[in-house]
Design a protein around this ligand. Structure first.
Ligand SMILES: NC(=O)C1=CN([C@@H]2O[C@H](COP(=O)(O)OP(=O)(O)OC[C@H]3O[C@@H](n4cnc5c(N)ncnc54)[C@H](OP(=O)(O)O)[C@@H]3O)[C@@H](O)[C@H]2O)C=CC1
Ligand SMILES: O=C(O)C1=N[C@H](C(=O)O)C[C@H](O)C1
Length: 241
């Protein structure tokens, strides 16, 4: 058997970071060699995984792929680290600025980068359905409605913006957005098309963050040995869509 892929997890203390650590630990083909969070760690090693503060990122141990689920403020240093070390990056951090998006494109000339607003298979399928529905329903009102837990900072969600972009490709006009923050909702997205006398709703409900974490781990395995470039989730993971 070949050596496990060495992962650096950035945003490790967060909801997504914890899911990534737990699921990676169950696999023989993955080894987390560093877990970074913003705060100083209270323990230097947890379950065999070395823990670091984000201020220590420059001195990170050797890794093959970094997985980042942090916040926009944390994104630039991890992208820069991967670019410097020539290592691939898988990121799901949402709320990035257009300058940060441009920085991904620039870095992609030297390293392989995957950034996706949503790592679930269901949303990948929904995206294609939205594009097709939007193309078939020109002139209908289109709204993207999202609901998330109260700790979520960005709105509209990255997934809502991604679905809205798919709708815009299909219908040639941007949709309206609505956001709700309540309780511990993991993530719900509805794309609604409405006209006089009828309404079509396409809905995805995430009930467990493991779907995103599994998708990101799989993306890391697939992108690890790719040539430099920016890879879309669909082309990398769901080529049959
Ligand atoms: N693409 C997808 O499929 C998904 C994307 N997301 C996105 O992932 C991101 C994280 O979500 P979630 O886990 O719920 O968030 P949390 O708030 O639970 O976790 C955030 C993590 O990032 C760390 N962090 C915060 N600021 C910085 C910084 N400036 N530098 C370095 N690290 C930092 C935090 O460290 P500390 O605890 O020390 O503050 C923590 O580890 C969000 O952008 C969210 O929208 C979420 C789910 C799925
Ligand atoms: O912050 C979250 O929780 C989520 N963020 C992503 C987004 O902004 O779309 C994906 C998912 O909906 C959960």
């Amino acid at each position: 058997m070949s050596a496990p892929l060495r992962l650096l997890i950035h945003g490790a203390s967060g909801r997504m970071g914890q899911a990534l650590l737990r699921l990676a630990a169950e696999r023989d083909d993955l080894q987390v060699v560093a877990a970074f969070s913003r705060s100083q760690p209270t323990q230097r090693v947890v379950d065999g995984v070395p823990q670091f503060a984000s201020a220590e990122l420059d001195g990170a141990p050797e890794f093959d792929v970094a997985i980042d689920f942090s916040l926009p403020q944390g994104f630039d240093p991890v992208l820069a680290l991967c670019a410097r070390r020539g290592k691939a990056l898988v990121s799901g951090t949402t709320g990035l600025s257009s300058a940060q998006n441009a920085a991904i494109n620039e870095a992609a000339s030297g390293i392989a980068v995957v950034w996706a607003a949503n790592y679930s298979l269901g949303v990948a399928v929904l995206t294609e359905l939205v594009r097709r529905a939007a193309a078939a329903l020109p002139g209908w009102d289109c709204d993207v409605i999202e609901a998330h837990h109260t700790r979520k900072l960005d709105a509209p969600s990255g997934t809502a913006l991604h679905l809205g972009a798919a709708a815009e490709i299909g219908r040639g006009a941007a949709p309206h957005y609505a956001s709700l923050r309540a309780g511990d909702i993991v993530g719900e997205h509805t794309v609604q098309f409405a006209a006089a006398g009828e309404r079509l709703e396409l809905i995805h409900r995430a009930t467990n963050r493991d779907i995103f974490a599994r998708g990101a781990l799989e993306a890391a395995l697939r992108v690890a040995h790719q040539a430099p470039g920016r890879y879309g989730l669909a082309e990398l993971m769901f080529p049959n869509l």
